[in-house]
Design a protein around this ligand. Structure first.
Ligand SMILES: [Zn+2]
Length: 150
């Protein structure tokens, strides 16, 4: 992967825009339809909790993969670098959100989280799929492909 720039698919027209990493923190605009491209959280997992879950996940314009995790959970820690790599790989097509269940008891309870890691796929606020336990990157990518359509 090119380490100096990030390829982000436009949420409106789908055209892939190459954005220099130095530009991150700025706004960027799609080269074709000129809609603004929001860079925050597109190439790295974003943390959410009981307070921010609705804004980060339910109201997101992107398909969202939520990782319910906790710092003391070994398998969760093994998933962490995988999710970081995937958030770069799928930048602009998939948003990855991490929810620490210890800090987010209401959300963890609402979604019936009994074991971690639990991975939930959300589209337009609805749960499309959920996976329990740590997964190899290859299998997770297969599931993401099914979720976002390749
Ligand atoms: Zn566009």
């Amino acid at each position: 992967m090119d380490s100096d720039s990030l390829v982000v698919a436009c949420r409106k027209c789908g055209v892939k825009n190459r954005i220099p990493l130095a530009r991150q923190g700025d706004k960027a605009w799609c080269g074709k339809c000129h809609v603004d491209i929001i860079l925050k959280g597109l190439d790295q997992p974003v943390a959410a909790n009981d307070t921010t879950f609705t804004a980060e996940v339910i109201q997101s314009g992107y398909p969202v993969l939520v990782d319910f995790w906790a710092p003391w959970c070994g398998p969760c820690r093994t998933m962490s670098p995988v999710l970081e790599r995937l958030s770069r790989k799928y930048a602009g097509r998939l948003k990855i959100v991490k929810v620490n269940v210890d800090e987010s008891p209401a959300i963890a309870s609402q979604y019936g989280i009994r074991s971690i890691p639990s991975l939930f796929f959300f589209k337009k606020g609805a749960v499309i799929n959920s996976l329990l336990g740590a997964l190899p990157q290859q299998e997770l990518e297969r599931q993401i492909g099914l979720f976002i359509g390749g």
